[in-house]
Design a protein around this ligand. Structure first.
Ligand code: COS
Length: 380
């Protein structure tokens, strides 16, 4: 067992750290305030290889491993979780879904552009009445022979307005239950595909979240991913990897807040000394550091499982469950250490606290992760 990162991993981490500090940090408060999507930064992240981190270079990707992916996600998320969720969805839901389960034609047509950041993608599973209960899809995709016709509504779709490519989950044969669900590649601009207004959110406000409407959208048969009825398993398998990305995002939010709190505690004086010298603050820092290191171990273990070809359904669920809890609890502590300044935007920790909450909700709530973990534990 070796807990050290390789030279290459350290270089990747440093490149992401550098990018986050020089490119994401300026303007992050304004983007959060005005709900601005960092469009110009997508190209820069594409140039650095961050949009197709694990994709094979023959499809335009960077060919890196999952450990590199979580290192990049952590560094971006320390500064800007709105930018990092866009990276996470594009990498682990859209690019991975296409690379693992798409046809060669689908990869050539879509993946090559998504992996370079020339285009970005969205993953459309959630509906007004089907979030956690993902088998209850109301969106339908009726088989018309050479094409499908999609009707329905998708909710809370990350990259919803900005994407070029949408992976859409829909029910083809209701009688077959989850075995009658399919996944489709839908392109922006297809007739009948409408993008609703942007959501006004508590956190990750720079990310682009929309409701999508499908009214008799004709999708060619070659845009179905996998065999007929593979859609639910496609969503589950893809989300397992997505949860590693969100776990790394939560880790980054927590460690970003911790680093700010540590720095502040060494500068701010009260009762004649820096506040880190007061045990009330020192013990908070000790707890924060310990919890974040424990979350890091779980996140790294999940990424390692993926790199080794092990099943990572449980390790990704555990990483997400724990890292998101740590993110929520420790960002609150970071605000507390900052006192009144923690409540003010320019100190960044209030944004990290707001951003943390979604990591306990999207790509499977904490309660869903407990279902996955408990079933695995009981099955043995
Ligand atoms: N990989 C492959 N197949 C999987 C799988 C996985 N990780 N998890 C479940 N499946 C398969 C099961 O094997 C089963 O197939 P068979 O009947 O052919 O054996 C099928 O999927 C249905 O599984 P299950 O019976 O466990 O379904 P449930 O309705 O009980 O739901 C949970 C399972 C709760 C785990 C699932 O609905 C889920 O993950 N929900 C949350 C979805 C989510 O993350 N939503 C957020 C939206 S994306 S931002």
């Amino acid at each position: 067992m070796d807990f050290n990162l390789t030279e290459e991993h350290l270089m990747i981490r440093d490149a992401a750290r550098d990018f986050a500090r020089t490119e994401l940090l300026p303007g992050v408060i304004e983007r959060d305030d005005k709900q601005q999507f960092p469009q110009e930064l997508v190209k820069k992240m594409g140039d650095l290889g961050f949009m197709g981190i694990m994709v094979d270079p023959k499809y335009g990707g960077s060919g890196m491993d999952a450990i590199s992916y979580v290192l990049i996600m952590e560094e971006l998320s320390k500064i800007d979780a709105s930018a990092s969720v866009m990276v996470s969805v594009n990498n682990s839901l859209v690019c991975y879904g296409l690379e693992a389960f798409g046809t060669e034609e689908q990869k050539q047509k879509y993946l090559t552009k998504l992996a370079t950041g020339e285009q970005i993608g969205a993953f459309c599973l959630s509906e007004p009445e089907a979030g956690s209960d993902a088998t209850s899809q109301r969106t339908t995709a009726i088989d018309m022979g050479d094409h499908y016709v999609i009707n329905g509504t998708k909710n809370w779709i990350t990259n919803g307005g900005r994407s070029d490519v949408y992976l859409v989950i829909a029910q083809t044969d209701r009688e077959k239950g989850h075995r009658g669900i399919n996944a489709f590649i839908v392109e922006k601009g297809m007739e009948g595909f409408d993008i609703g207004p942007k959501e006004d959110k508590l956190g990750i406000r720079g990310s682009d979240t929309h409701t999508l409407q499908f009214n008799d959208v004709k999708v060619p048969k070659e845009n179905r991913i996998g065999e007929d009825g593979f859609g639910f398993k496609f969503a589950m398998k893809t989300l397992s990897g997505g949860r590693i990305g969100i776990a790394a995002q939560a880790l980054g939010i927590a460690s970003g807040a911790y680093e700010l709190a540590l720095k502040y505690s060494k500068e701010r004086k009260a009762f004649g000394t820096e506040i880190c010298n007061h045990q009330a603050i020192a013990f908070k820092l000790a707890d924060m550091y310990t919890e974040i290191e424990a979350a890091r171990m779980l996140v790294m273990k999940a990424a390692w499982d993926k790199d080794q070809g092990n099943n990572y359904d449980m390790s990704s669920a555990m990483a997400k469950l724990y890292a998101s809890k740590v993110a929520m609890e420790q960002t609150v502590e970071a605000v507390q250490i900052h006192g009144g300044n923690g409540f003010v935007k320019e100190y960044h920790v209030e944004r990290l606290m707001r951003d943390a909450k979604i990591t306990q909700i999207y790509e499977g709530t904490s309660e869903i992760q407990k279902i996955v973990i408990s079933r695995g534990v009981i099955k043995g």
